[in-house]
Design a protein around this ligand. Structure first.
Ligand SMILES: *Cc1c(COP(=O)(O)O)cnc(C)c1O
Length: 430
């Protein structure tokens, strides 16, 4: 398989684009080698600059739950293209998508559209602070909420720590207000709240962690967050930018039956166009400008194109049985991978929630902690990644990303994936 065109494009890209990429994980730093450049996507496949085809498990990092170029999404976009790209004023479609989001996620009474997930979490946190009149926020180790200054913090050893910025350029003063707790540790949450719960503006959490591979919440974890936030008057924010309309039509909050006060969404609701949204209780949402004194705005917010694609997407995925089918296919994929890893005697385990999954090179039975994810065999993943790639399967180029199955992934694509994995596991066992 030739990669000459991708290689040439990468060399050219390095000249005027920092690192050759417009988002860091695209650079293959986590797996080594040169990143691929793509020229098209069709259904479950990506086609690279050298005309190689790959079954795609990245799905543009989550949005493409219908695969590439779903006809309903493309038709909606084509329709809108003829009527205008942006008006800087309101449209009927914004009303329709807001109604649809509130219908599908009943904890959302009012919702505002923005242009990325990062903006959604940034705005939700400002709103929670404005609403409570408090400054401190709580996040969890291994959870990513976009590149917001105060959220670019990971914890040290899983102990309760004051935040240290993960990035240069983030003043320590910003992250001093961010407290990081270990994911899935109910005791840590209860202890922290009993120490200073009344100073906490909000807790922000990925209800299924998808930015440290895929780690579902342990039973009782999300409930404990709900309980402590209610008890201490803190705002509970579910960051469902990844999980919203991905793990189920109603998001992770419908799967685990816990209602947050605010929810951030993105990815799937844009149908592949840049979009984000945050919403929740009316009483909180009504504090945003122009009704209230929490400022938030966006020139291209509610972009007619993004809304058209999102509405088309939401209509297709609202079909009864859509998520059951996706989950069944995902299960089939994961049980097939597990079987082949076991045959090759490669320590391997998987996690799944709906159409979102994680694969771990680990001898542990179940992965539920950040530290377990960090202890997985990253070298093995790199090797596996490249063999899968050579055999026509495009995985996220990092051991710390969730994988996504779309409705375009049929038996043929899954079989192709399993055949590739069989070769990969055999090579790893040598
Ligand atoms: C992707 C992601 C974000 C950031 O969204 P962008 O559109 O990349 O800004 C925030 N939170 C979670 C959980 C995400 O997965």
């Amino acid at each position: 398989m030739s990669n000459d065109n991708s290689r040439n494009l990468y060399d050219l890209a390095l000249k005027h684009i920092p690192g050759g990429v417009n988002s860091p994980v695209r650079a293959f730093k986590g797996v080594g080698g040169n990143p691929l450049f793509f020229k098209a996507g069709q259904d479950a496949y990506l086609i690279d600059a050298d005309n190689n085809r790959y079954v795609d498990y990245v799905g543009a990092w989550g949005p493409l739950i219908l695969g590439h170029c779903h006809e309903k999404v493309i038709d909606a976009l084509r329709n809108q293209l003829q009527r205008g790209l942006a008006f800087g004023a309101s449209t009927e479609a914004e009303v329709l998508i807001a109604d649809k989001i509130c219908e599908l996620m009943p904890s959302i009474e009012k919702v505002r559209l923005v242009t990325s997930g990062t903006e959604a979490t940034m705005s939700a946190i400002r709103l929670a602070r404005g609403y409570t009149g408090r400054d401190k926020i709580v996040k969890f180790e291994g959870c990513y909420h976009g590149h917001v200054d105060g959220l670019l913090v990971k914890a040290g050893s899983g102990a309760l720590t004051l935040g240290e910025p993960d990035s240069l350029g983030v003043p320590k003063a910003y992250t001093d207000l961010t407290h990081v707790l270990p994911y899935n540790d109910i005791d840590a949450v209860e202890n922290f709240f009993s120490a200073c719960g009344d100073e906490i503006a909000c807790v922000i959490v990925e209800p299924v962690a998808g930015n440290m591979n895929c780690v579902p919440p342990v039973p009782g974890f999300l409930q404990a967050l709900r309980e402590q936030c209610s008890k201490h008057g803190a705002v509970l924010i579910f960051d469902e930018v990844m999980t919203g309309f991905r793990v189920a039509l109603g998001g992770a909050q419908s799967v685990y039956q816990v209602n947050p006060d605010l929810t951030t969404i993105g990815k799937v609701i844009g149908g592949g166009l840049p979009v984000g949204a945050f919403g929740g209780k009316q009483e909180i949402m009504d504090m945003i400008a122009p009704l209230g004194a929490v400022y938030q705005a966006g020139t291209l917010a509610g972009s007619p194109l993004a809304v058209a694609a999102g509405l088309a997407m939401l209509n297709v995925i609202s079909r009864p049985g859509f998520y059951d089918e996706l989950a069944t296919r995902t299960e089939f994929l994961l049980s097939g991978l597990q079987e082949r890893a076991d045959q090759a005697r490669i320590p391997f385990t998987t996690n799944q929630v709906g159409a979102m999954f994680g694969c771990f090179f680990s001898a542990e039975d179940k992965i539920s902690q950040f530290s377990q994810v960090m202890n997985c065999n990253a070298e093995r993943f790199k090797h596996y990644f490249h063999i899968m790639l050579q055999n026509g399967v495009y995985l996220a180029p990092s051991a710390y990303e969730a994988g996504f199955v779309s409705s375009a992934h049929g038996e043929e694509e899954i079989q192709l994936t399993l055949d590739a994995a069989e070769k990969a596991f055999a090579a790893l066992a040598d």
